[in-house]
Design a protein around this ligand. Structure first.
Ligand code: NAD
Length: 254
């Protein structure tokens, strides 16, 4: 293992079988982190943890938790702290999207998108960051989106773009506050990644048109994103903070 102190990485939303979170859990485990998978879906969380533990020489724990619920987040973190070494990494990956156009977005839908993407990240970070700061080591990574930077245009609409942009502001402000404690806070902004998040609602013609416009001429793979998250989580990435890493195949160069 690459660490002198064994550490745990908490990855929210890492249940999804084809998702960025599960791939990220694998990448972090390959780097020697023990893994805690938090997901709304208990079976998926446990399956993911089993898969990660079987593939790498680490411990892994799958826990059901709704990141929008402070009690659930706190209870999950308690369970992680009881079972695994100290938490050094938090990947705020749990997220939901919606393509609803502005004139059709209800207040309820707006709130739901913000609850999972923004409040969920706030709650998990609020619970885990203080102990990272006290121990003098931490890596907090947010899953934003190219939608935050260019204003949608892939799948997500106004609510999703606004929520993912909120994460960038949160991430940057937090980076300033936690830097003196040895905790870095960064964001990853993926473009079109092949997962189940669009729930089959991205039309094949639309997808083909998007790919034609991507310099690398393909959709992103979950491993493309996981590799960057794992890089940001490395102990020797400690002079990178408040940064946003684009993982979009060149589709948005700015
Ligand atoms: P996914 O739908 O495959 O996985 C999301 C996971 O989050 C699921 O396992 C789901 O159960 C979990 N989840 C949802 N709500 C939750 C809640 N309230 N509490 C706990 N867990 C919850 O999605 P993905 O494509 O792997 O996306 C992962 C992250 O990357 C998201 O934040 C997403 O917005 C972001 N992202 C994805 C893409 C893409 O093209 N796939 C692009 C940019 C950003």
């Amino acid at each position: 293992h690459s660490h002198t102190t064994p550490r745990t990485a908490v990855v929210t939303g890492a249940g999804s079988r084809r998702g960025i979170g599960r791939a990220t859990a694998h990448a972090l485990a390959a780097d020697g982190y023990h893994i805690a998978v938090l997901d709304l879906d208990k079976e998926a969380a446990e399956d993911s943890a089993r898969e990660v533990a079987a593939a790498h020489d680490v411990q892994a724990l799958g826990i059901a938790a709704d990141v929008t619920d402070p009690d659930a987040v706190n209870a999950a973190a308690d369970a992680v702290e009881t079972a695994l070494p100290p938490v050094g990494v938090l990947v705020n990956n749990a997220g939901i999207t919606s393509p609803t156009r502005f004139l059709d977005v209800s207040a309820e839908e707006w709130d739901r998108i913000f609850d999972v993407n923004v409040r969920g990240s706030f709650l998990a970070t609020r619970r885990l960051a203080p102990d990272m700061a006290a121990r003098g080591f931490g890596r907090i990574i947010h899953l934003s989106s190219v939608s935050a930077e260019r204003g949608g245009g892939v799948f997500g609409g106004v609510a999703y773009s606004a929520a993912k942009a909120a994460l960038l502001g949160f991430s940057r402000a937090l980076a300033r506050e936690l830097g003196p404690s040895g905790v870095t806070v960064n964001s990853v902004a993926p473009g079109l990644i092949d997962t189940n998040i669009t729930d089959g609602k991205l039309a094949p013609e639309r997808k083909a048109a998007l790919v034609a416009d991507i310099p690398m001429r393909r959709v992103g793979h979950v491993t493309d994103v996981a590799a960057v998250v794992a890089f940001l989580a490395r102990p020797d990435s400690g002079y990178l903070t408040g940064v946003t890493y684009d993982v979009n195949g060149g589709s948005h160069i700015h």
